[in-house]
Ligand binder design. Structure first.
Ligand SMILES: [Zn+2]
Length: 467
């Protein structure tokens, strides 16, 4: 996509409608309401917006683009959307694996977070997460962690779309000694970042078993008052269901319903152990579910009843959860796992077909985040969050069914070009606004410090360091 390349095509351009980008010759998978797929498709982008979508032969006659991207032999899809993650946790990738959730969280993750989660390390972890997400075709993420302001600064600097939140939890968090403090921090950040084109500050309560009713209700009120999303982990484990049954005589969903906090701006992560009554409540309240199959498999939490959610009309999107329980942020990998796990779990290979799985990571996830008017599909009037995937490789041939190709064969590393809000973020598999070499040095040196404090082995720069 050099100026010269554009010049070579400029003889075709006869009328001067300006566009920042014109993507041509692509196999465009729109994920619009008709699930249109356009061969030899073209997309005109101006000021971050998709201004027109059509055939290359038509659009090339009309648009005089500053940059021309030739997607011949490539797939063009909507940017993928991660509805649940804790992005700074990339610094704990592989720190503690193969443990029970409670032991993993309380004996390993919470202590290492108490020691190493600070503003600088959050910036480093967020930068690494963004690099991984963008290179794998993710253009939007919804995050629940600490130091949301630091995360927002990195997101703003690099250029991704994100919902960022401070976790309200009944423990002393690294940057918030009390949940009330976290609430005030959230409120200040909502005001600080209001009106940013790519960043929304939302509100998060950690979970019914770690956060009091008062704090959960206060967090939801704050989210409602500001018209922003509200995140909460719900029914991730059987232990959580036993906890709310014992404490309140209710399931986690019934408990949240009794608090009056369920509504269309709620993003409920996991939702593994839900009864038919719980699912009805979610459908009635229009709650969105962030489904995290790989994390649920890795921690043996169980299998969320996703087919039942979809049948009941509950919004379902896909998420990776934090890298410490996944251990990557590859949404291609995640949707493949989602499709497979529900087939196996239901003893039925017809469950969650490829298109439905892909929908969860695109327009389905956009609905969960309340952003379906902006992103999730390639349509005129939406923001230009677009991913171009290379098909010039053995596992991409032959092609009988596009959705089968995307979900069952492709991987994040096949992503070649990424635009977020009409800005080029990845081009020819290289990040435009991040220096990976420097970032790896920083991450590896931090990992050595973390490993040293825990007396575990740290592998860095292909050398093994024994501590
Ligand atoms: Zn989570």
């Amino acid at each position: 996509m050099t100026h010269t390349e554009q010049q070579s095509n400029s003889s075709e351009i006869r009328f001067g409608v300006n566009a920042d980008y014109l993507i041509i010759n692509g196999l465009v998978v729109t994920m619009d309401a008709e699930y249109r797929i356009i061969e030899n498709g073209a997309i005109a982008i101006n000021d971050g917006e998709i201004v027109e979508l059509g055939y290359t032969s038509d659009l090339i006659e009309v648009y005089k683009a500053r940059h021309l991207i030739d997607a011949k032999g490539k797939l063009v899809i909507p940017g993928l959307i991660n509805t649940h993650t804790h992005s700074p946790m990339t610094i704990f990738r592989g720190y503690a694996d193969d443990l029970q959730l409670r032991e993993w969280l309380f004996d390993h993750i919470f202590p290492v977070e108490a020691q190493f989660v600070n503003s600088e390390n959050v910036r480093t972890g967020t930068r690494l997460a963004i690099a991984e997400m963008l290179l794998g075709g993710t253009t939007t993420f919804n995050d629940m962690y600490f130091y949301a302001d630091e995360m927002a600064k990195v997101v703003d600097q690099v250029g991704m779309r994100a919902i960022l939140t401070e976790s309200l939890i009944d423990f002393s968090a690294p940057n918030n000694p009390t949940p009330e403090h976290a609430m005030r921090t959230s409120e200040a950040l909502i005001a600080k970042w209001a009106g940013h084109p790519l960043i929304t500050i939302g509100v998060s309560a950690h979970a019914p078993y770690t956060t009091s009713a008062k704090v959960i209700k206060g967090g939801k009120e704050l989210a409602d008052k500001n018209g922003v999303p509200f995140n909460i982990h719900v029914a991730e484990t059987k232990g959580e269901v036993e906890f709310t049954q014992k404490e309140f005589g209710l399931s986690p969903v019934e408990y949240l319903e009794s608090l009056g906090v369920l509504g269309s701006n709620v993003i409920a992560a996991h939702c593994v152990h839900l009864s038919p009554t719980d699912i009805d409540i979610f459908a009635k309240r229009n709650v969105g579910v962030a489904h995290n199959p790989q994390c649920n498999m890795k921690l043996a939490s169980g299998v969320a009843p996703v087919p039942a959610f979809l049948q009941a009309g509950v919004k379902v999107g896909i998420g990776t959860d934090g890298v410490a329980s996944n251990n990557n942020l590859d949404l291609f990998d995640e949707i493949r796992s989602a499709a497979f796990i529900h087939k196996l779990h239901n003893d039925d290979p017809t469950v969650l077909d490829a298109r439905s799985a892909f929908e969860m990571a695109t327009i389905g996830s956009a609905r969960v985040l309340g952003m379906e008017h902006l992103i999730g599909s390639i349509e005129a009037g939406k923001r230009a969050d677009i991913v171009i995937v290379d098909l010039d490789q053995p596992h991409a041939h032959p092609v009988y069914n596009i959705y089968s190709l995307i979900v069952y064969s492709m991987r994040g590393s096949d992503v070649e070009t990424v635009l977020v809000d009409g800005r080029l973020m990845v081009y020819k598999r290289k990040l435009v606004s991040l220096d990976l070499g420097r970032l790896y040095q920083k991450v590896d040196s931090l990992a050595r410090r973390i490993a040293e404090s825990s007396k575990i082995l740290a592998y860095s720069n292909n050398r093994i360091r024994k501590i």
